[in-house]
Write a protein that binds this ligand. Structure first.
Ligand code: AMP
Length: 555
């Protein structure tokens, strides 16, 4: 720890806030918190570029809460004092959770309401009538309430936060945001948090901020290679399935894993493919009801699932608009209406994600950064592995260029894997892929939506009264429209490449699970001789010893 680093207790914060911070187990502020909190407490407007996962939510939430606590000492009247604008419902929920955690010792004095998630504007009216101190919402939802006069801000608002400002634009909230500003008072303190400083963010800065302090904390928008290892491997469509099967079945990918695909149908295709081999995974996309989406994320964070297959739809939409093509209507062929305010790769705090796998490469640099930013959050390590087809090499160069800056070393390293060594698995993969027909994918998608609509109804009502049962509701169950061949679940020993036999033993996976053998990370195959020692992830050798935290001891 640097000697001069400012600590939370040196920032003049209310004791109740300090206690909440201690309960969260935060021993010291992150860089952005250290810089932004004191400036915000001085009343400065702030424009901060902080990479995702840097602790930026608390960087604005702490001063917002502190200022509300302070003003409550003199003014007793209850009013909405702070507005937090977010681009997605998921992020709205997450901000609310963080704020509630931070106000756990002063929840009577500082009330927080998230209005981004619920479907109906009129049902939210009573919440706003109580004038919560902090309102969190998407611009369109906030504007709807302002227009309906459920929310009045022009006389009372003291602080306004725009979180993930760059995304508000790519999500098409620009007009709502501008209209919303007419309802605000002339003077209030503003915070603008953004992963990138795009032209639009600069324009918003002019509109919102007065003489702001600009914090550009990280040169790079992702952690460096000591924390985040980024790999790429060239492979075409069939090989992608072959490789993912091998990585998961042979446990070369370990720990919680977020896989991104480029379209909704592909997420079901991949889920059904993995189902054939007894590998459970949750699908997460904008078609699912918001309650189910939030429940999936919560359960993933609690360790219920190892694999989420997510569709990064907004990046597709934004890349289509930026490339000048007509924006795709929010209905996919044969599909249901998608949710405009869905965003999985953006801002959502998936916790302890060991690996991000780009099964389909993202369509632009920004999307790569947001996806990969889901791992290696706070000071946790993480690995990103991207499958690249030959048509995507240009995109790869763009990402490489954006990330490497002045450094001559490539940030994305080739993943050492000899595909020809796993040829023996190809037949099984083809077998599985044959079962995953278009019809099976369509059925799975419909079945899942139906199932999740039911779940979502239950989530709304039943579970409020029976919170314990909430844990029993799972979202990674087999969908079963494709014929399952039981023999595919196991891998006969003779199929495992000789070079991998020392690294994996899939037949003993049950025993491993009992041993909680989950160090996390993507192991590079040991096809190369003496790979140990080059990469901390591949240098892992299981010895059966465990440290005090229960983790296996890498030695
Ligand atoms: P954010 O960038 O706000 O999405 O935060 C990313 C993660 O960092 C969240 O899981 C926070 O709980 C965590 N976090 C925020 N501040 C700290 C801190 N001072 N120390 C440790 N973890 C933190």
């Amino acid at each position: 720890m640097a000697a001069e680093m400012l600590q939370f207790h040196e920032m003049g914060l209310d004791d109740r806030l300090l206690k909440a911070v201690a309960d969260l187990g935060w021993s010291q502020p992150t860089l952005i918190q250290e810089k932004a909190i004191p400036l915000a407490l001085e009343g400065k407007d702030i424009l901060a570029r902080a990479r995702t996962g840097s602790g930026k939510t608390a960087a604005y939430a702490i001063p917002v809460i502190q200022r509300i606590l302070a003003s409550k000492q003199c003014v007793r009247e209850q009013d909405v004092r702070a507005l937090v604008l977010v681009p997605t419902k998921e992020l709205g929920q997450q901000v609310q959770i963080m704020m509630r955690q931070l106000t756990s010792y002063c929840s009577r004095d500082v009330r927080v309401a998230d209005i981004s998630g619920k479907a109906d504007v009129s049902t939210q009216r009573p919440i706003l009538m109580e004038k919560p101190d902090v309102v969190v919402g998407t611009p369109s939802r906030v504007l709807a309430h302002l227009n309906a006069q459920n929310l009045v801000l022009h006389s009372c608002l003291e602080m306004m936060v725009v979180d993930e400002a760059d995304l508000l634009f790519s999500f098409g909230f620009e007009a709502d945001l501008k209209n919303l500003l007419c309802h605000l008072p002339k003077i209030y303190q503003s915070f603008l948090m953004s992963a990138t400083f795009s032209e639009e963010v600069q324009a918003l800065k002019e509109l919102l901020l007065h003489n702001p302090v600009i914090l550009k904390l990280q040169g790079s928008q992702l952690p460096d290679s000591s924390q985040l290892q980024q790999y790429t491997i060239k492979c075409e469509e069939e090989d992608k399935f072959l490789l993912i099967y091998t990585l998961l079945k042979l446990q070369l990918v370990r720990g919680k894993t977020l896989m991104f695909v480029g379209a909704m149908d592909r997420s079901y295709r991949l889920k059904l493919f993995l189902e054939q081999f007894g590998i459970p995974a949750c699908v997460l996309n904008s078609e699912l009801p918001i309650q189910s989406r939030c429940h999936i994320i919560t359960q993933f964070n609690q360790g219920f699932y190892d694999i989420i297959i997510a569709t990064d739809e907004q990046s597709l939409a934004s890349s289509q608009t930026t490339s000048g093509k007509k924006k795709k209507k929010s209905k996919e062929k044969g599909g249901k209406a998608k949710d405009k305010e869905y965003g999985v790769s953006r801002g959502v705090d998936f916790q302890s994600v060991s690996n991000v796998i780009n099964f389909d490469f993202p369509t632009n640099v920004e999307s790569y950064i947001h996806r990969v930013g889901r791992t290696a959050r706070a000071d946790n390590p993480g690995t990103a592995l991207s499958f690249i087809s030959h048509t995507e090499m240009d995109l790869l160069s763009q990402v490489e260029e954006a990330l490497s800056g002045d450094s001559a070393d490539p940030v994305l390293k080739p993943y050492e894997f000899k595909m020809d060594e796993i040829e023996g698995f190809r037949y099984r993969c083809r077998d599985a892929m044959r079962a995953v027909t278009k019809q099976a994918v369509r059925e799975a998608r419909l079945k899942e939506i139906k199932q999740e609509l039911l779940n979502s109804e239950k989530l709304k009502t039943y579970f409020e009264d029976n919170p314990r049962d909430l844990q029993l509701l799972r979202h990674d169950k087999d969908l079963h429209p494709a014929v399952i061949k039981p023999h595919l679940k196991n891998i006969p020993d003779y199929l495992i490449p000789e070079t991998l036999k020392g690294v994996v033993n899939p037949l003993s996976s049950k025993r491993r699970r009992r041993m909680k053998f989950k160090p996390g990370g993507v192991v590079q195959s040991s096809f190369k001789k003496n790979v140990r020692g080059k990469n901390p992830l591949k240098s892992f050798r299981y010895t059966g010893r465990k440290d005090k935290t229960g983790k296996a001891d890498p030695s």
